[in-house]
Ligand binder design. Structure first.
Ligand code: C5P
Length: 296
């Protein structure tokens, strides 16, 4: 019997770098949401150990399967859960790679969710959470798979007010930007405090808080930023071109980079406006990855 899970694209609506830590990592504050679009992970239990086959139009860019985070996550969990069966993973890769959409992290999180089902573990199981955070900084939020305020290096997750769904356009200009290079380019001196994320106001304190309205949410997002955008732009100026193309489309309410790039997103009031924007950008840049979707 095969098990299947969806691995949605992660989008950082905001990302504030608060400080550089002694271990070289950075403490962040980031409002993370997920798109409808994503990869797919399948698992067929059987045998000892884990194997992986990658398919799909983006699989050629995904690098050697031996380095894939799905296998890393599965092995980390198996080391903690002795009764976990081995088996064969298949990844259907649709998201661009090293793109700021957390594709590899979301694939690993989907693999962990599948293994949790197979081994009857709850999603809040400590062993699952540990395997997630040891696999990569973005894996814990991808394991949660829903809107969260992410803090620290990624393992601290806070609930956010119920957010309205946001019609969006994802645009990847075809350059892979390695995350460590973007943080290095940022060059934040140790001990220097970055500015807080205005989107932290959306964190849910008590039950029964009102839903964040659309206009209020957009105002908060417009006042916020992605601190990794300037260094990523310095490394890959084409990201600036992508942001300008989004800004030129009708009805674009916000254009910003996700994560460490190079994917940028535009927010729109309607799916129709996002689809029209996709057409306009495709006409200008036929080789780019352009995907209308819904964020939430
Ligand atoms: O954890 P992950 O493998 O995604 O991190 C990739 C690299 O990005 C790290 O080696 C580090 O250079 C940088 N990073 C960071 N601070 C974070 C997350 C990642 O400096 N919070």
């Amino acid at each position: 019997m095969a098990f299947v899970d969806h691995a949605p694209a992660k989008v950082n609506l905001t990302l504030a770098v608060r400080r550089r830590r002694a271990d070289g990592f950075h403490d962040l504050e980031s409002l993370v949401v997920f798109a409808r679009t994503g990869d797919e992970v399948r698992f067929a239990p059987g045998g000892a150990g884990y194997s992986l086959e990658a398919r799909g139009r983006m699989s050629a860019d995904a690098g050697p399967v031996g380095d894939n985070l799905i296998l890393k996550a599965a092995r980390l969990l198996a080391a903690r859960v002795p009764w976990l069966p081995g088996g064969a993973f298949t990844l259907v890769k649709r998201l661009p790679v090293a793109a700021g959409l957390g594709g590899g992290s979301s694939d690993a999180a989907a693999a962990l969710r599948v293994l949790a089902r197979v081994a009857a573990l709850g999603l809040d199981d400590r062993r699952l959470q540990d395997a997630a955070s040891l696999t990569g900084s973005d894996v814990p939020v991808c394991l949660a798979g829903k809107a969260r305020m992410m803090r620290g290096t990624g393992a601290e997750l806070g609930p956010v007010l119920p957010l309205p769904r946001l019609p969006a356009l994802l645009v990847n200009p075809g350059v892979a930007v390695p995350t460590p290079q973007v943080f290095a380019q940022l060059g934040l001196a140790p001990g220097l405090e970055g500015q807080a994320d205005p989107a932290a106001a959306l964190e849910q304190g008590e039950e029964g808080q009102p839903r964040a309205g659309r206009a209020g949410l957009l105002a908060v997002l417009q006042a916020a930023r992605n601190d990794l955008q300037p260094p990523a732009l310095a490394l890959a100026p084409v990201i600036g071109t992508a942001l300008r193309h989004l800004g030129d489309t009708d009805g674009c309410r916000l254009a910003r980079m996700s994560g460490s790039g190079a994917t940028v997103f535009g927010l729109y009031d309607t799916c129709r406006a996002a689809a029209a924007a996709a057409k306009a950008i495709k006409a200008r840049e036929p080789g780019w990855w352009v995907k209308p979707t819904m964020l939430g």
